[in-house]
Design a protein around this ligand. Sequence first.
Ligand SMILES: [Zn+2]
Length: 478
Amino acid sequence: MKVTRIAYSAGLNVGKYAALVEQARRLGRVRSEVWQRYGSTSGIGSGLTDRQVRDRWLAGGMHQRFGVLANAWKETVRDAMADMAASLASAKVEVRRAILRRTGNPAERKRMLTALKSDRWADDPFLARHMRKHWKRGKNRTHDQIVVRADHHRTVADGRGRLWLAVPGLERRRTVRIPLSTTVAPTGTLRLILRGGRVEVHYQVDASQMRSSQRPCGDRMVGVDKGYTEALTDSEGEHHGIRLGKLLAAESDRVKERNRRRAKLRSIANSAARRGDHAKAHRITVNNLGHVKRDRRAARHRAQVRTEIFTAVHRVVDKAATVVAEDLTKRFAGRKTFGRNLNRRLAAWTKGVTAEALANVSERRGSALVHVNAAYTSQACHRCGGFGRRSGDRLHCTSCGVVWQADVNAAINILRRAGDPDIALHTPHHRVKQILQDRNDRHRTRLPVQDSSRPSPSGERIIRTAQPRASSRKQAAS
Ligand SMILES: [Zn+2]
């Protein structure tokens, strides 16, 4: 698994920054040239490679116009071609779907898919039409980046423990030395992004190699339950990622309100178009119904939620050598599409992020992640095994009469599932219910008085005075 890391410059002087900005500006012209010349059917669309472009430029003397070093423009050509290839590939995904919709004939499908894959789609009218539809001719918008190959940069530590990154400047043998705010040297191909007087150094590392540089994991075995109000609750009674519910609710309200306003504007634009006032319709579409700000906002929200969830998982791994959790990547039949219900879509998405965070952080920090069957873990009392009644964030045990904090109770049950001899990961949930009921009956006949013979590992967590929090959303079966 590759992970992008970012190092930042610290106290870079204005002259050096200006020199890097100038280099990035010139390389931006290289990018624009590549998009302009090769961003269409006859270029990247016909399988042209960056090496062929390089040879053409060297033969024609094209490279001399840009005023940058050879390695710099060559890497930039490679990078721009890779961007164009990515946009082409995503268009092909759409066209592949169109092919499958168009024909069920295996031979015809194969012919078209092969033509698409080998960039011979221009000759087929159907493929050409759909490629035109999905592959919008792009243009370069990147004028603030410098790509530096692994063998063209080095880092040097000075006497005070500060790390300096040396990258090529605009002339041969004139490197620019950038002071970094980190003590970890960036490795591999670097992407320098110049933003607001500061240099961001983006590079990729293997997640498995990062283990040594990460905090070590804890030494205990901890069960976690995924919630909606909080990202995770653990079997020791701690809540993690407590801002999650608020973040999601605020975003959901905002999006609903925004969509209501957009619908209104769209209807004004439509009625203007019907009247024949196309100028007005166009103005509204372009100025009021764009997607740049909307998408930027959505990306920011996603980043906030991810940070909240990843931080929560790190807190759990701080104390756990083994994390026991429900397998959140599993999908439930009939729950695949959430349609227009925004809250459900958000809940499904955060579930995916939580699954990713659990797997990713465990791998990086060396803790084990154990998936267990979570059926009925939020309904059974962890002390007596009886089924309780849920109300808000409490669970009333009807057998032993105790009120538990529902998520903590669930997390304790999840932890115990890891060592359960009868309930395996894929035991169907009606079987789980039967097993739990049988155990409860046995328990009752042997122990007519429920006492502390089965204490919870974390002691008594009986809630009597706590304020009820907003209810956590749960799957019905867990
Ligand atoms: Zn009970």
